[in-house]
Structure formats: C-alpha cells, structure tokens
Design a protein around this ligand. Sequence first.
Ligand code: BTN
Length: 255
Amino acid sequence: QWGLETSWIGKELHHYDQVESTQAIAHRMAKQGKPHGTVIVADEQVKGKGRMSRPWHSPKGKGIWMSLLLRPELAPIQAPQLTLLAATVLAELISHYSELDPKIKWPNDILVNHKKISGILTEMQAEQDQIQYVVLGIGINVNQEEDEIPEEIRHKASSLKIESNKTWEVQTVIQHILRLFEQTYDQYLDSGFEHVKSIWEHYGYRIGEEVKISTMKRSWKAFLVGIEPDGALLARDDSGNEEKLYSAEIHWGEG
Ligand code: BTN
C-alpha cells in the first residue's frame, strides 16, 4: 500500500486513523523491541505533543503526524544531530517539490515565509553512554486552509497548502521523506555530520544575523554563528563571548 522504495526504514509501518500521539505509540513499540526504522503514522492526533510540553494541533487528514523509531549506535551526545538531519530532509523536500524557500530555525522548526509549517520532536532513551532508542517525531502542516490553523497561532504558523496554493498528497510526501531520510541517515553514518551541517547551514534561519535568544534562565541578544558538530547552536553575545546552546528559543520578528 505504501510502496516505499526504502531498504530499512518503514519495513514496519503502522498506520492509525486516530491516536493520542504517535510519540507514545513509538515509545511503547520501542519497549516491545520493534526494529530500527519502525514508522508510526496517524491521520489524526488528539493529543499531539510539541516541544516544551506544548500541544501540537494535528487535525484529521491535514498533515503528516509521524514518529520514527531509531536505534542508532551513537553516543547520547550525538542525538541532536538526528534532529538536525531530519530538518534538512524536510527542507530539501519542500525546496525540491515546490517553489517555496524553506528555512530551518534552530534546532527543528521549518519555516516558510517566516511562518512555521513543521516541527520535530526528538525523544531519547539512553543508558550511560549508549542510546537505547530515539523517537523522532515529525509534524508537518500540509493541507490546512488558513481558517484551519488555530487562531492564536495564525500569525506564526501556516501550512504547505496555504503557502504554495496547491494541495499536497500526504502519502506521497511521506514516501519522499522516508526515502530521503534513509539516504541521508546512511550517508551520515558513513561519512559523518559535515554534510548534514552544510545542508543545515544552507537553510539555516538567521544564521549570520542578530536575534533574541531565551532560555529558562535568561533572555539576551546574540549573533548566530552556526551549528557545532554536536548539534549545538553557536551564539556570540555583544561582548564577543561565544556560547554553545543545547536548548533555547530563538525569537524572530524584530530580531
Ligand atoms: C515542535 O515543533 O514543537 C515539535 C512538534 C512535533 C509534532 C509531531 S507530530 C508527530 C509526533 N507526535 C507527536 O505527538 N508529536 C510529534
């Protein structure tokens, strides 16, 4: 049915009409010993999860709500690279299959015309120096119309359809994502992060610019230098101090 042209990803693909969250299902399957590359897709999520415990609006048939179960032989510190890798895959696809100019806002948001159309949520289970598994959740607003985007986020969120004026076929987009993800992932394991890093920086939003950053503790203005091999964002403040960030919010708008 899914006609995937992949060798290891999606060999097990579980499709649901409605779930609370594909993340939760992926965690459960990980614990049941499901293999590396297992894919969970749902038409609708009633309790979709975003980063920082925010809800992720996932209406029926309007987007891609999918989680990938990965069992990478990597150190936990390398896990963020997988998030960055996934973001490059989404940016490349949007750019290849449309006239749109996607940007990646660190670490994981895909923006089109300054509005978020996709987010990635990576959750890792690790023990000491070994990753047990990673659940990589991908949410893409595909075919929502403007009035189907919750009003309170309409100024900063959009969909592929709204931005491109065409309807996208969800299943086809999923096929493309899985194929390119597999190819990029295999290449990353073979030859390292450099290639991903350069694609990421090509699409990177506000890299080389001044932005406002905030963490739980503080909020400040900084110049975004780029990303580090461990997936951190490198930011330089007004006094020239460089800092590696692993978790922060980049605010755009007036910058
Ligand atoms: C974010 O930008 O905050 C991340 C959003 C991640 C949403 C996806 S949709 C599929 C998977 N299941 C979830 O509940 N969340 C992720």
